[in-house]
Design a protein around this ligand. Structure first.
Ligand code: GLY
Length: 304
């Protein structure tokens, strides 16, 4: 099997740079996706994942993540406020507990009991961004994951680094793995949790069928169980790209979408076949295997 790693957005190249060496040296997919997410969680230039994520309206950062190998091997954490690597805590939930999801103080206490090192998640630049948003100098609406307008009349920057890092990998043994990690919607209501820590919403992996990961406006993904839907469509014979097209079309059909609503998705099959698509142009996927290290446009865009 030829290994491959696929990650969301332009910061996916940072993720792939950390995950690919694991796959290249015959490591496991789960090690690769964890390493990939950890790299973005520590990248201070990324203000929507890990340390440096923009806080909620109360000024506090909270992180969400999940990992998945199969329906019986998955784990997630939500509303983590004291640790930099929710993806690693999610993996520990999967491997060392009987549960799938831990949230809030319970997730933080679990991380502490497992020996994770507490970290201050709030950076000066994230705090400044929060101040600008809260004072109205920067729009709060939807700036997490779609396009960013810094002032009236600005051209939207469709490819600004934002939102969830979602990673899918196929290792040399032919095993699929997935992970995703985010600080969620900037200036979200305190307590808000999006799609990224929830199995079947931000991420779904069936080892015999395929994997799907989503990024963007989590509420849209949650209302349509987008990644579960994409994998189920592949189970019933859809190609990876047709599965994504139908899952994204379901979102378009189900919501009265705002102009800047965005969801990007990736699918990967155990054969190595993969696809990426988005509601709107602007989303990109980072692809790395033995032959390429590229950032590619969506193969299908639903709203043109
Ligand atoms: N997709 C990440 C979130 O909405 O929280």
């Amino acid at each position: 099997m030829q290994p491959i790693i696929l990650s969301t957005w332009s910061f996916g190249r940072v993720a792939n740079a950390a995950g690919w060496p694991v796959l290249e040296s015959n490591g496991t997919g789960i090690d690769a996706v964890e390493a990939a997410c950890c790299a973005v969680e520590l990248d201070l230039k990324v203000n929507s994942v890990g340390v440096g994520g923009v806080p909620d309206r109360s000024g506090r950062v909270s992180l969400d993540s999940c990992v998945m190998l199969s329906p019986s091997r998955c784990g997630g954490v939500a509303f983590v406020r004291r640790f930099a690597h929710p993806v690693s805590i999610a993996r520990r939930v999967m491997e060392d507990t009987q549960h799938v999801l831990l949230v809030g103080d319970g997730a933080d206490d679990f991380a502490e009991s497992q020996g994770f090192t507490p970290t201050d998640l709030l950076t000066e630049s994230a705090e400044q961004r929060w101040r600008d948003m809260m004072s109205g100098q920067r729009s709060i609406e939807m700036t997490a994951n779609r396009e960013e307008r810094t002032s009236e009349g600005d051209e939207p920057r469709h490819d600004s680094p934002h939102d969830t890092v979602g990673v899918l990998a196929l290792d040399a043994a032919g095993t699929l793995a997935g992970a995703c990690s985010t600080s969620g919607w900037p200036c979200k209501l305190p307590g808000r949790v999006g799609d990224s820590p929830i199995i079947g919403h931000g991420l779904y992996v069936d080892p015999n069928v395929g994997a799907a990961v989503a990024t963007g406006h989590g509420e849209l993904v949650m209302g349509t169980c987008s990644t579960f839907l994409a994998v189920e469509l592949m189970r019933r014979g859809a190609s990876p790209l047709d599965a994504l097209t139908d899952a994204l079309q379901r979102i378009a059909d189900s919501y009265d979408l705002s102009d800047d609503a965005q969801v990007g998705m990736i699918t990967l099959r155990p054969t190595g076949q993969w696809a990426c698509a988005a509601l709107r142009a602007g989303y990109r996927t980072a692809v790395r295997d033995a032959e390429q290290d590229d950032l590619v446009e969506p193969q299908r865009v639903i709203l043109t």
